[in-house]
Design a binder for this molecule. Sequence first.
Ligand code: ZN
Length: 304
Amino acid sequence: MSDLPSQISVREVGPRDGLQNEDPVPTQAKVELINTLSGTGVKRIEAVSFVRPDAIPQMADADEVWRGIERAGSVRYSALVPNLRGAARALDSGLPEIEAVVSASDTHNRKNVNRGTEESLDDIAAVIELAHDRGSTCQVIVSTAWGCPYEGDVPVERVIRVAGRALADGADCISFGDTTGMATPGRVRTLIGEFRSAYPDAKLNLHFHNTRGTGLANVLTALELGVDDFDASVGGLGGCPYAPGATGNIATEELVHMVEDMGVTTGIDLEAMIEAAAAAERIIGRQLPSQVLRAGPRSRTITA
Ligand code: ZN
C-alpha cells in the first residue's frame, strides 16, 4: 500500500450529476444539501450546471441555487457548462471553476449536443479562453471514456486524442468520465497508462459510475497508478440516463470509507458525509444505493 497517494482530492458531484439524473427536487432542498455537504470537510463541490432549462429541467434553477447557498471559504465550487453560452452564464455568476464536457464518442456527442466531437472541441477552446480571461479555471471532461451506449467500446487512441486536443487548447485539468459504468480495472489501467505516457504532467480527475458494480475497484486501480483526484456523489445519488433503475456515481462515503482505512486521507469527516447521505435520501424520497450509508462504517460497533 506504500505506493498509494498519501491524500486524494474528492469532488462531490451529487448536487449536479446526481440530482440531474433524479426527479426534480425543490430549489431550497438543493441549497440545503449543498450547505450540508460544505460542512463535511469536502473541498470541492460541483454545485450546478448552466444548461438550457428546457433541455434539463432538473437544473433550471441553477442561478437561484448558486445565489442561495452559503459559500464556505474552504470549498471550491464548480459548474458544468455545455457550451460557450453556458460558460458565460457561469462566469457572470462568479464561478471560480467551470467544467466543459465533450464525448469521446461522436455518436454520443451528437445525441447530447447535436454536433460532432471535433466541433465541440472547437467550442471548448473558446470556453477555455473565456474562463481564463475571467480569471477562472476550466476542466475538460471527456465523457464515454470507457465506452458509449451507442458505439460500444471507444478506442483508447481516440480518447487520448480528444484529451490531448483539450490540453493543447489550455485545459487546466482533464477528467475521464465513465458515463455509463463500462470501465473495469483492466481498462482503467490501459487508459491511464496511455494517458500518462502521452501527458505525464497533466492534471487528471476520474469520474466513475457504479452502474455495474466496478466503481471502487476502478478507484483502487487508479490509486495504484498514482491518480489522486476523484469524483463521487453523496449516497450514490443519481442514475444512468441509458439504463433506467441503474445506480449512479460511486458513493462519496464509500470512497472515503475505503481509502481512509488504507491510509489515504481525504479531509472528509466520514460520519458527517454519512449524515449528508441520509439527508440526500430524505430529499429524494427513495433508498440510495450506498452500502456504507446502510451498514455504517466498519468502526461502528453495537452494544453486546
Ligand atoms: Zn457522471
